[in-house]
Design a protein around this ligand. Structure first.
Ligand code: ADP
Ligand code: MG
Length: 473
């Protein structure tokens, strides 16, 4: 491995909305320029709506019509071309030519989809990758136009995965090795590498992707490989907020989160963070900062190892909809060995991960985020006992290290939503979260009320006290 003669780089990741149009590209240029004294690596998502359009074009082609599939992409290739024309001068023809080849190549791949020449999942990843390939190439050119020493890097040469198309798992050692080999020489030459998030390749060189919303994960993998000074996630909100801003418009920025709190939040539905991002940053103690590309001067959220004890008992409320509850009841459970193992093996076999688990003497309740394999799972579960399924549930997760030692929080939570029926409750003894499941129809109201109850006060220090007093009265 190359010897590092320069200081550790900062990895800056820009999400789809941060590169949605020419203005957004200009904002990114300003943000990068302001940090360009330090060594930088840039990771960028596809422009907003592009990944969705690419997926839809694959579906169209899979239904037999490759031409209609390709037509669905026209407006998106044009968006890239328009940005090249608006922001580039000398490089515009080269970039426009690259966009034109991407258009031809993707049309060709869509024909392979329609003709079923290769497995759909493999072709789908190859087609979807054009979103990040183009945004990264375009951003590198836009940065160069402003005199910044940016270099486009094909992320598929850095991030190496297994062959689980659509949601591939990175091979950590190969990825670290390849990332250093590709990026260190550029950093040593004082260049700014610019690579697409989300996309990767298998050892055999096929294009793969890391799963929905995973550009953050790319940033973390690159950051870990290079022992980055910091990973910055630039998005369309000012950091991690006390609740999903689409549900609670008074939600506000949380200045500090521990890795543990951030992981819980990410797994519990706060879309602003990809769970694996925090986990890989945590392994090397790399701080993660979440900032707003529209308001770059605002501090946002800093995620790092635990430092001070937060005065606030509860830091955030996360929620998830589309949750399914499965309850298995069996008299065989009582005192029988291996029951739980056979139960979980069924979910494993169908690659379905279980979120919350609660048990009683003779029954187990589990919550699932992804119920697509449920019909097959149910057939097997029925051999273990009686099975009941509840659809359209939502989970709410209350997070904060202060939950550990503060009595009365659960009482306050359940009192706040006492008229809403709760199906499952989970809180471990040393846990920093309290999770429960309700009917999806009540989710917005429940989250809004809980937020009001825990965060309404504008005085930073007082809310937990005020809330507890209310419970004790
Ligand atoms: P990007 O494209 O930049 O990766 P995402 O859409 O993945 O952006 O994540 C940002 C979005 O996450 C926000 O616009 C917001 O709607 C949503 N979100 C959900 N929960 C939270 C939260 N607790 N704090 C901030 N944003 C949240
Ligand atoms: Mg995201």
């Amino acid at each position: 491995m190359s010897h590092m003669t320069f200081s550790k780089p900062i990895v800056m990741k820009f999400g789809g909305t941060s590169v949605e149009d020419a203005q957004a590209f200009e904002r990114v240029r300003g943000i990068v320029r302001a940090s360009a004294d330090a060594p930088l690596v840039i990771v960028v998502s596809a422009m907003s709506y592009v990944t969705g359009a690419l997926r839809a074009s694959v579906r169209q082609a899979a239904s037999g019509d490759a031409v209609a599939g390709a037509q669905m992409l026209d407006e998106h290739f044009e968006r890239h071309t328009n940005i090249a024309r608006a922001l580039l001068t000398t490089e515009s023809p080269i970039v426009e030519a690259a966009i034109a080849s991407a258009r031809l190549e993707s049309a060709e791949l869509l024909r392979s989809v329609a003709a079923q020449l290769r497995p759909l999942s493999l072709l789908q990843d190859a087609i979807i990758s054009y979103g990040e390939l183009l945004s990264a190439m375009l951003l590198a050119a836009v940065l160069r136009e402003a005199g910044l020493p940016a270099r486009y890097v094909d992320a598929r040469r850095c991030i190496i995965t297994d062959e689980s198309y659509g949601c591939a798992a990175p091979l950590v050692e190969e990825t670290a090795h390849q990332t250093c080999a590709e990026l260190l020489p550029l950093l040593e030459a004082v260049k700014i590498p610019v690579l697409g998030g989300f996309i990767a390749s298998s050892k055999s060189g096929e294009t793969t992707t890391l799963g929905p919303n995973s550009s953050d994960y790319t940033a973390a993998l690159v950051g870990a490989a290079l022992s980055a000074l910091e990973i910055q996630i630039w998005t369309d909100v000012t950091g991690v907020l006390t609740a999903d801003p689409r549900v609670v418009n008074t939600a506000r920025t949380i200045p500090h989160l521990s890795y543990a709190e951030a992981v819980e939040l990410a797994y519990s539905g706060a879309k602003v963070l990809h769970p694996m991002t925090i986990q890989s940053a945590r392994e090397q103690n790399i701080p993660v900062r979440i900032c707003n590309s529209r308001l770059p001067q605002e501090a946002g959220t800093l995620v790092c190892a635990e430092t001070e004890i937060s005065p606030r008992t509860i830091k955030a409320i996360a929620h998830k909809t589309g949750v399914t509850i499965v309850q298995v009841t069996s008299a065989r459970m009582r005192g029988a060995h291996g029951f739980m193992r056979s139960l979980f093996e069924i979910f494993d076999r169908h690659r379905t991960s279980v979120d919350i688990v609660t048990t009683s003497e003779v029954s187990v309740s589990l919550s699932l985020d992804d119920a697509s394999a449920l019909p097959a799972i149910l057939t097997e579960l029925r051999q273990l006992g009686t099975v009941e399924v509840e659809n359209n549930r939502a989970s709410i997760c209350i997070i904060g290290k202060g939950l550990r030692g503060t009595p009365g929080i659960a009482a306050c939570v359940f009192d706040t939503i006492r008229d809403i029926n709760i199906t499952l409750i989970s809180q471990g003894a040393s846990s920093i979260n309290l999770t429960f499941v309700i009917d999806q129809a009540h989710i917005c109201e429940a989250v809004a009320r809980l937020h009001e109850s825990f965060f309404a006060s504008t005085l930073e220090e007082t809310p937990p006290v005020r809330v507890l007093a209310a419970v004790m009265n």
